[in-house]
Write a protein that binds this ligand. Structure first.
Ligand code: SAH
Length: 223
């Protein structure tokens, strides 16, 4: 997923980076200028990936069918989901049976906090502390390469049962309702960020498990 990319050349170069590593599902969230000839030029023989790319109005919409989302950030954030480096992330992603998303930010501003918290993991590509911000398509290349080297096995089997991002968002919404209704949620307590972090540490959370928690919250709230 490329969030709000401003330079169409980077979109094309990202498509190329993906195709060289055997990836094909490129999704664009509110691209600033697209389609555009620069994207075609930079994609070269990967125009098929580019042309198959889907465009979404929001990040939430683009990741709703995924079982996990990894946010890529050049900067460490004070309150973030679990942080992994690009190599560790490829191994972690391979553990999921289902579609996983890699979410990249805008060239100038990076990802917003809201976009980052829509994801369960934060990924950093280790680089020079003096200048650690890679070009967008080059960051895509590094992640795609690490995935390729891990040989992420094809997706089969249990993916139906795993909780998707949409299931988790439903749970977070429910937790918030319960926390507000019981006045448990004190302002500034960072509760929202904390439970996102907590659940991002649970590998392979199943839909049924999320439904049990939501059922319990519903019973406690009496609705
Ligand atoms: N100035 C922006 C960087 C934008 S680079 C900022 O400070 O956040 C465009 C995108 O490439 C970033 O949003 C991120 O998704 C990815 N990226 C670039 N360098 C990276 C790094 N060292 N680690 C992880 N992602 C990186």
């Amino acid at each position: 997923m490329l969030c709000r990319p401003s330079h169409p050349g980077n979109v094309g170069a990202a498509a190329r980076a993906m195709k060289t590593m055997g990836l094909a599902d490129l999704r664009l969230v509110a691209p600033q200028r697209y389609p555009a000839p620069e994207a075609q030029w930079m994609a070269t023989n990967a125009v098929d990936v580019l042309e198959a790319a889907t465009v979404h109005a929001s990040l939430a919409d683009s990741i709703k069918d995924c079982v996990a989302a990894f946010a890529l950030s050049a900067r460490p954030r004070e309150w973030s989901p679990q942080v992994l480096d690009a190599r560790a992330v490829a191994a972690r992603a391979a553990q999921f049976e289902g579609e996983v998303a890699f979410v990249f930010g805008n060239e100038t501003a990076g990802l917003t906090n809201e976009e980052m918290f829509a994801c369960q993991f934060l990924v950093h590509i280790p680089a020079s502390p003096r200048f650690s911000s890679l070009n967008l398509a080059q960051a895509v290349q590094v992640v795609a390469y690490e995935l390729f080297m891990t040989g992420k096995p094809s997706v089969q089997g249990r993916s139906e049962k795993l909780a998707t991002v949409a299931d988790l968002e439903g749970l977070y919404g429910h937790l918030e309702q319960a926390a507000v209704a019981t006045q448990f949620m004190a302002t500034g307590s960072r509760l929202r960020e904390r439970w996102r972090r907590l659940f991002s540490r649970v590998p392979g959370l199943e839909r049924e498990e999320v439904n049990i928690l939501r059922g319990l919250l519903r019973a406690l709230l009496g609705k």
